[in-house]
Design a binder for this molecule. Sequence first.
Ligand code: FHN
Length: 628
Amino acid sequence: METTPFCTINAVERMINRMKLERVVRAAALVAAVLSLFPGATAVSADIAGPASFSDETPARHDARMGWWRDARFGMFIHWGLYSEAAGNWDGKPTPGAGEWIMNDMQIPLSQYAKLVPQFDPEKFNADAWVRLAKDAGMKYICITTKHHDGFAMYPSDLSDWCIKSTPFHRDPLAELAAACKREGIKLCFYYSIMDWHSPLYEPRKPWNDTATNAPDFDAYDAYMKGQLKELLSHYGPIGILWFDGCWESTWTQARGRDLYDYVRSLQPDIIVNNRVGATSAWEEWFNDPTGIGGDYGTPEQAIPPKKFGSKLDWESCMTMNGTWGFKKDDHNWKTATTLVQNLVDCASKGGNYLLNVGPTGEGLIPDVSVERLREVGQWMKVNGRAIYGTTASPFAKPLPWGRCTTKVSGNTTTLYLHVFDWPTDGQLFVPGLKNAPTKSFLLKGGAFGWHKTLRTSNTEDGVLISVPREAPDRISSTIVMEIAGGPQVETVGLRQQDDGTMVLPAADAELHGTVFRYESDSLLDDIGYWVNPADWADWSVKMTKPGRFDVSAMIAAPAASSFDLSVGGQTLHCTGPVTGNYVTFQPVKLGTIEVSAAGKTSVAVHPVKDGWQPMNLRSITLKPSHP
Ligand code: FHN
């Protein structure tokens, strides 16, 4: 089997490639069929099948294609469509979910939703203002919804009247944005939803699509999408990213995803395509199997992965500034500029990008609250941009206790950018685990006349100590630039005991040894999950400073009792987990008592017992000094 970082060429793929040739022929016929369903539509080129396959891209070519995006680190997402006009309200009632989902969440029949078309007239839309706002915030690309789940195209499409040309707004916002982006040196990127609540061809058809009369035909829908993508990739110059979404319904398959990926790359070979071209939007699945899912990078949504990944796995966290993607006039749940900057830093420190959303109004304005925050972020980026752009992930295995780290290598010098969110009050910042002796350290935020304060450092057994001013130079995040010769040498320091001797081992800090299980985190979960393979095991490096006897307990959620061994140093406890009914109800369980006789580094490990193991979710283990 021949592999590239992102593609696996095997017999199945070769077969798929052969099948593509047949599709070229079928596709032409489908375009004709699609056009007949949209009165007034004119044909785009019938050349809708690309070259055989882009899956044989060399790693060097792949890196070259991803280069601008990896350097950029920060982009603007724009959710703008008919739903922006509704602003989260229908018939005077607020929608419970995100603004752009109003049609689904309020079950609005298409014939009713279509009333938004004559109302949509965003006269105040100013492409230059949007692009300059993004640029001034330090963003390097913008990604706009060309068609969201409601199927409404935000450009004049020749393939359907369900597009902006049917509104009183007789302009093409994508063309205006393309021109503004070109002027400002910003990459223009397109979002496109595979799921479509309007198209009469799409299935599963939604009950609120009350205007479709013909039978759905997914092959014809596939051809319709390709036709629109051809328009999008032919009329607006070079496009940075094709950001697919809405890929989770049963009709969308991996084979269709691979075919669509190749099609898009055939139109613009340098374009980057996100993972949602494949048949799952679950970013964890992409990280576990990028070659199987397809696409060039993973897309965690409303979340930042807890850890960094291998340098070959690219990802981008997309996030809203309040609680909605599309404009909702009643959503005032805004993140602060501090949170936004720290999120950006967090992403960069783990080797990822941050795609931050704005939801313009039906008038075409980006809400003032978003503008204010973006201006603040921009102020921070003006000073600290060099600690973000073109950086790679932190050399430290875990986030630092007071903030994050990003890295840049130039010749024999490695620069560590230490982003301090929680500035120390005692004038000492400790960098745990760093073994190198820094050659230079200074504050990035310059004083009078641009002078950068040099900082004194000293090496200790466990890391580097930096003497810093008592006051934080920047209330959002202060950057210390630290230069070292050669590559960073970092030792895992291990978790430490609390003042009372208690040691808590969270799932997020476990070292996972195995193929299937993984750390999972969302609003309900913060645990090691998918633990279905009894060969998978986990451990934690710890540094004991206060040895003694400890009561060991764990937080576990499991539908059935599971058997596992927990070992600390040379001792092993044979444990049985609790039955909590499901995988999200966690309960504490006492596992036994162990004796740690000497201070120093050791490890705590959990090994499933082959006969008796049942999948369980493990949130944490606690060692508490036992009092006789
Ligand atoms: O359903 C959409 C949602 O409206 C929004 O577009 C986000 C952005 O990533 N994606 C989908 C949900 O995963």
